[in-house]
Design a protein. Structure first.
Length: 104
């Protein structure tokens, strides 16, 4: 099973209202916690994905311009992607739903 977690696309507003005004550092935590919770929910349901795609159509930004992959710096984009990928790994290692498993 493939799971795609959407974080932006086209002309979307970018940052969810609950995360509005958060710094890049806080958004990294927000993204990590959200992705980990999502993956754990699938894992607890017994349908751990084989492949997790982080973002979709993020060519215009990952959570808007703060994570833009265009321009002079990819640092915001990379920081958010890294935290999302780490969260997938952390969810697989989490022992609260059972023994740790290999990450997708």
């Amino acid at each position: 099973m493939e799971l795609t977690l959407f974080f932006d696309g086209g002309n979307s507003a970018g940052v969810p209202p609950a995360w509005a005004g958060h710094s890049l550092a806080q958004l990294q935590t927000d993204v990590h916690d959200y992705v980990k919770a999502e993956i754990l929910s699938y894992r607890r349901a017994g349908v751990m994905p084989d492949l997790v795609s982080i973002g979709n159509e993020v060519d215009t930004g990952f959570l808007g311009s703060i994570g833009s992959p265009t321009g002079n710096s990819f640092s915001g984009f990379a920081a958010l992607q890294i935290q999302a990928m780490q969260a997938v790994h952390d969810a697989a290692e989490d022992t609260s739903p059972g023994p740790a498993i290999a990450p997708p």
